[in-house]
Ligand binder design. Structure first.
Ligand code: URA
Length: 225
C-alpha cells in the first residue's frame, strides 16, 4: 500500500511546484518565490499579503520590519516563529510593492488553499485586507471585522481570525493597539491560557522604520487598512 505523505513532504512537493511557477507575470520579475515558513503541523497559521523587497531577496516571508513586529506580537502570546506557519496570498513580490492584482490573487490562490489543507491549523490569522477578503469570501474591510473569529469557507473546523496587517500598525499607532489586543485573544482561540505576566504594552510610537537594505524608504504595501 502507498505511504501517505507527511505534511512536511507535501509542503516540499508544493515548494518545488511554486519555485517553477510561471502562471503570472510576477514569475518574470521575482528574485525568489516565497512559499512560507514554519511548522508543517502548526496549530496557528498566518497569511499576509505578498513578499516585499527583503522577502523576495531571501525567499522567506516576513523578514523585514513587518516581520520583526510579527515576532514581537508572537512573543506577547508566548509563541515563536518556529511554532507557527507563515504564508502570503501571493508567492512572488509585486514590482515596487504595488498591490496584488485580482488576476494574480486568483492565479496564486490554489497554492494557499493547498497550504491550508496540508497544515490543517486550528486558526488561520489573516493579516490585513487582502488575505481576509480572499479567505472569508466577503468584501468586509479589516477595520470593521478585525478581532472577531469567523468560519472559513471551504475549510471546515478551521477558524478565520482577521487582524490588521503589521505594516499598517507600524504606520498608525491606533492600529498597533488594536493589533496587540487582537493578538491577546489568540491563546484562548487556540485553547491555551495567556502567558503570565503579559508583556508590557508597547508605547504609542512605532518601533520600526520601514527601510530597504540600502537604507531607502521602501514603497509601502498599500490597502492594508
Ligand atoms: N508583508 C507581507 O504581507 N508579507 C511579507 O512576507 C512581508 C511583508
Amino acid at each position: 500500500m502507498d505511504k501517505v505523505p507527511s505534511a512536511d513532504d507535501s509542503l516540499k512537493e508544493l515548494l518545488g511546484r511554486v519555485q517553477e511557477c510561471q502562471l503570472c507575470e510576477l514569475g518574470k520579475t521575482r528574485t525568489n518565490t516565497v512559499l512560507g515558513s514554519g511548522r508543517a503541523d502548526a496549530r496557528l497559521m498566518f497569511v499576509g499579503e505578498a513578499p516585499g523587497y527583503h522577502e523576495d531577496q531571501q525567499g522567506v516571508p516576513f523578514v523585514g520590519q513587518a516581520g520583526k513586529l510579527l515576532d514581537k506580537l508572537l512573543g506577547r502570546i508566548g509563541l515563536t516563529r518556529d511554532e507557527v506557519y507563515v504564508a502570503n496570498v501571493l508567492k512572488c513580490r509585486p514590482p515596487d510593492n504595488r498591490d496584488p492584482q485580482a488576476l494574480e490573487i486568483e492565479t496564486c490562490r490554489p497554492y494557499l488553499e493547498e497550504q491550508i489543507s496540508i497544515i490543517k491549523p486550528l486558526v488561520v490569522c489573516t493579516l490585513g485586507n487582502f488575505s481576509t477578503k480572499l479567505l472569508s469570501g466577503k468584501p468586509d474591510g479589516i477595520s470593521r471585522i478585525h478581532g472577531r473569529p469567523q468560519e472559513m469557507p471551504g475549510h471546515q473546523g478551521i477558524a478565520l481570525f482577521p487582524v490588521y496587517h503589521p505594516a499598517a500598525a507600524l504606520y498608525t499607532p491606533s492600529n498597533m493597539k488594536a493589533l496587540e489586543a487582537d493578538f491577546d485573544l489568540l491563546p484562548a482561540l487556540l485553547g491555551q491560557p495567556l502567558p503570565q505576566p503579559l508583556v508590557e504594552p508597547s508605547s504609542s510610537e512605532p518601533d520600526f522604520v520601514v527601510e530597504t537594505a540600502e537604507g531607502q524608504a521602501e514603497p509601502e504595501q498599500l490597502d492594508l487598512f
